[in-house]
Design a protein around this ligand. Structure first.
Ligand code: PLP
Length: 367
């Protein structure tokens, strides 16, 4: 089965003899004791099983674990590490997960933040107790590209080091990190997998069902940050159209990136699909499409940038990404006073509205 077919069929595991074509929502938190039955929804649920089966297939892994948010999925990885482990993470890691490492796990895990666009930096950061290499590509908000094969190569002599890749921006439609050497893929399914800005969720997909994965499963079950049957149902439903949504997002983002590159009030565009991007070649090799996220530097101060954003009609000034509707935000305003993001950096989640409406809207607002 190809991707689109898996997306539509692998998320249905119907046991009802009347054969409903879509998976019903099983709200019961408890199941009557019998051999091989489920027991309690925190441990498992039919809708979660269907979702996890679907995610494992889409990322070409052996198994998947669904969580109540992307952050909960990331935290399950950190929680599964032995105390005092050393973690190598990107300097521009998604800020919520970076905050887990610097605040929640302060004194519990050691962290080195490195520039992942230079894989040799990973080798230099290795310590005897390094247990995890965390990757995120394309990164947020500068769309930096990490060469996943080269990054994995840096730790291949130490098989105990797990490589986890946050694949939220690329989605399994455009990039499969397990094929490129990663051990585990992480997703915030709140974004493109959900795709309609109405479900919070996260997931991990593993290449091997090894001892580390067992530990992650234990964190999921005992820690209890699991998605509801309702959320699992909606996510499974959304994923059926993922491939088609991603094609639209990427087509629009490519055209808008080129438009912005030629706009006099735009200083610089960050999109891995334009030749001027420093990660263009690596992205072309490891991704089959460049995704729907881009950012750019507006030619003006923070206030002038905010004023331009306020003029937009179809790009809503809101955080998050990956929904059918276009979103825009001045990233530094969201990240707070200690951010290193330039004050005039604008991040765009390009949606699926008609392209002419989006381009017309940008024309009116950017001057
Ligand atoms: C949003 C996001 C997360 C966190 O996911 P939540 O579902 O918001 O907890 C992690 N990584 C990336 C790249 C994200 O965009």
């Amino acid at each position: 089965m190809r991707f689109e077919t898996v997306a539509i069929h692998a998320g249905t595991q119907v046991t009802d003899s009347r054969k409903p074509v879509t998976q019903p929502i099983t709200l019961s938190t408890i199941f009557e004791h019998q051999e091989d039955s489920l027991i309690y929804t925190r441990a498992s649920n039919p809708n979660r099983l269907a979702l996890e089966n679907l995610l494992a297939k889409l990322e070409k892994g052996r198994d998947a674990a669904a969580f109540s948010s992307g952050n909960a999925a990331g935290m399950a990885v950190f929680q599964a590490l032995p105390a005092g482990s050393h973690v190598i993470a990107p300097e521009d890691m998604y800020h919520g997960l970076r905050l887990q490492l610097t605040e929640l796990y302060k004194g519990k895990l050691e962290v080195s933040f490195v520039d992942m666009t230079r894989p040799e930096e990973i080798g230099k950061a290795l310590r005897p107790h390094t247990a995890l290499l965390w990757l995120e590509t394309p990164s947020n908000p500068l769309l930096k590209i990490t060469d996943i094969i080269a990054a994995c190569q840096q730790v291949k002599d130490v098989p105990s080091i797990k490589v986890v890749c946050d694949n939220t921006f690329a989605t399994p439609v455009f990039q499969n990190p397990l094929d490129l050497g990663a051990d585990i893929v992480m997703h915030s399914s709140t974004k493109y997998l959900g795709g309609h800005s109405d479900i919070l969720g996260g997931a991990l997909i593993t290449k091997e069902e090894d001892a580390f994965w067992e530990q992650i499963r234990l964190v999921q079950k005992v820690g209890g940050a699991v998605p509801s049957p309702f959320d699992c149902y909606y996510l499974t439903r959304s994923i059926k159209t993922l491939a088609y949504r991603m094609k639209g997002h990427a087509e629009h983002a490519g055209i808008i990136a080129t438009y912005l590159e030629n706009h006099p009030n735009v200083q610089r565009v960050f999109y891995p699909g334009v030749k001027s991007h420093e990660g263009f070649e690596v992205a072309s090799a490891q991704m089959s499409g460049f995704g729907g996220m881009l950012s750019f530097l507006y030619n003006g101060s923070a206030e002038e940038t905010d004023r331009a954003i306020r003029k937009l009609k179809y790009f809503t000034n809101a955080t998050s990404l990956g929904g059918v509707e276009s979103l825009i935000e001045r990233r530094a305003a969201v990240e707070g006073p200690d951010t290193t993001t330039p004050q005039n950096l604008v991040r765009v989640s390009v949606g699926l509205e008609h392209l002419d409406d989006l381009l017309g809207d940008l024309d009116g607002a950017l001057g």
